[in-house]
Design a protein around this ligand. Sequence first.
Ligand code: 13P
Length: 246
Amino acid sequence: MRKVHIVGNWKMNQNLEEINSFSGAVQDMNDISCEAWIAPQAIHINLLKMKASSIKVGAQNCSNHDSGAFTGELSPKSLKDLGAHFVIVGHSERRAIFGEDDALLNEKVLKALENNLKVILCVGETLEERESGEFKSILKNQLLLGLKNISASKKGDILIAYEPVWAIGTGKVASPAQAQEVHALLREELKSVSGLDAQQTPILYGGSVKPDNIQGLLENADIDGALVGGASLKPDSFKDLCKLTK
Ligand code: 13P
């Protein structure tokens, strides 16, 4: 059975005061049955980990190198030392704003796995790509190129997130049927990735997920949780999302 994961991606949000009040408000989360993960800004990983013990904390990005002359980069080795549990790789904002391509993202995936971090590999199409009808082959490429050369010993450390770019921060959630169609396709493609177990790999949906739409999404066979931006910033809606997975 694949466990449901609710993962908050805080992006470049939440100041110290907000993290302190969020942490106080999630102290009572120990009875939830899902995996509750949050990726704050990297400078706050340690703080959130110390303050919110019911939540597993991770990073929104990492370097494809362990160390060296890479000014401003985030070493996956140091993230692990800091207590990070996971890293998000290939978010559409990294692809679009920072020009990260599939080859670089594959290097990041492999480097993060080597450092014993779990990896959430994000894939997603733009509105233009969806409307052109090309989106299925685009998603398949993002998935297969991102997951090249994974060692079978790491198969339990990979999660996939399907985040249609047109649904991120727009309030325009993909319908459960649209999301399930893509998740089923991704699961089918995962069967061809050597070293991975397609049936056991969680596939999360992301894009305008809120407490009032998560249940419809989770009712589908291949939707195993959510990667959540805006609705993960407030403790009440994050807790509601976690509780609604029961
Ligand atoms: P929203 O939930 O704010 O649409 O953001 C989704 C996202 O980008 C999570 O990684």
